[in-house]
Write a protein that binds this ligand. Sequence first.
Ligand code: NDP
Length: 314
Amino acid sequence: MNEKQTIQCLILGSGPAGYTAAIYAARAELKPVLYTGAQPGGQLTITTEVENYPGYPNGVQGPEMMEDFKKQAERFNTDIRYGLATKVDFSKRPFKVTIDDTTDVYAETVIISTGASAKWLGLPSEQRLNGHGVSACAVCDGFFFRGQEVAIVGGGDTACEEASYLAKLCKKVYMLVRRDEMRASKIMQQRVLNNPNIQVLFNHETLEILGDDHVTGVRVKDHKTGEEKTIAVSGFFVAIGHKPNTEIFKGWLDMDENGYIITKPGTTQTNIPGVFAAGDAQDKIYRQAITAAGTGCMAALEAERFLAAQEAGV
Ligand code: NDP
């Protein structure tokens, strides 16, 4: 099925970046069409309380906040549609985007705000206790564990950064690294190893996260000695990497080795004029709702300017 009418501003994704882009584009009368993607509302719909988004002095539940974002986008008549972009053709404008493998839509500008997904260990206990002591975001949830003992799994820069963050709040942080060395940059490793609140356990594999309705501990195996033991913790953080949801743009857009879309510094412009990227799809460093929203705003303003320049023939 083809939709003949060309969309001026097509937004892919419904997290803070996508909805913010929609609010700005709609108010600029670009009549944006937003496709929600596979997880309407994005990553915040799987978190609990959000306390660091300005404007909510008493905090807000992640799903509720995304409902607010959606309502604000709808208020200005954003055309919100359920569907996942499965293929793109950016060879010429209007760009062609295929939704759910079945519908082709055409757009003069595309804002990619497809986000990223946290990687998980894949343990049933991790899934069961997600949001009940298990989290993939220390900056979001660390505060709830202040003064307590927690564990974090991972050995990359994210795990080091998050372990250091948690060490400021928590009584003790156990860092579970599966190999005998970390992947993180040397400086980040040193920061962790020198921190008296962090105990790094090399060669440790997570076997199970313990607890009925809240995390009470973690069962680990030391691969060097073969010993299995339980560590009592009330929080378990997973920091084994994120995967940007950018697979369908491969071959069209410049990306780094991890699949994050590369934008021109200080802008949301990709290597294809008229295609913009906002939020976690292009941000592996900050990954916050507020930074995603900020880049969503930038993308809409840039799309508006791009369309105005096309119209003026410049
Ligand atoms: P990385 O892919 O760099 O690291 C993932 C870590 O998790 C590795 O130590 C890996 O172990 C471990 N891991 C993966 N799967 C499992 C598993 N199933 N069980 C246990 N451990 C596992 O991801 P990051 O999110 O840390 O970083 C992504 C990118 O972002 C990197 O390029 C990083 O440099 C960058 N970054 C930069 C920052 C900065 O500059 N301030 C901050 C944060 C990220 P193994 O090594 O054995 O594979």
